[in-house]
Design a protein around this ligand. Sequence first.
Ligand code: PLP
Length: 227
Amino acid sequence: MIRENLNLIRQQIREYCVLGKRREDSVLLLAVSKNKPAHDIAEAYRAGQRHFGESYCQEALKKQTELGVYDITWHFIGPIQSNKTKLIAAHFDWVHSVDSLKNAKRLHDQRPAGLPPLNICLQVNISGEGSKSGISLEELPVLCEQVAALARLRLRGVMAIPAPESDLERQRQPYRALCTTVKQLARPELDTFSFGMTGDLKAAVLEGATIVRVGTALFGARTTRSD
Ligand SMILES: *Cc1c(COP(=O)(O)O)cnc(C)c1O
């Protein structure tokens, strides 16, 4: 089942790339495995999937231990609690959800010396809802500069989770606005747009996503802590 889902999603991504006149290999599929057991990850791995995203630190570490023999690239995509930055800095290759200088500094200070710089995306709140995490578009330039100065971090780009919309054009609009802002920064190291989940995959690819984070379409609906 997971293998079939994976093939279907890969095929959809290729189709959307063609539609958007993009190279078919320009989008990385990140399999979001939060709330899903290690054996689901193993099944996706056997079908060729290598990048996995987790939202909860303890849950992720447990699965990483179980899957120690697999050559997996781990992405942290959940809200960052300050008391978890040490574990995140030591056990992940990417963090998509950095939205404060404080936590960026902690990740920098706590990144173990033997590991390469931690890949970082800044989470931007592009729908302007007060409750959601993420910095505003206006805050992006300054935080980019501050994070780029931290040597143990490698600033790569931005991540966004827009408010849910069913209409394609309305799904595309916030991504387009964020892309425009990022391009105006004229920082060549910003090569990553972590856009799109199960519900807005097409909009995200059409607007330039380089990483799409897909959970439900790959592993099925989550029954617990489904956020
Ligand atoms: C859970 C989650 C996803 C995956 O969402 P689906 O709708 O299940 O594809 C993507 N990104 C983040 C940040 C998430 O927390």
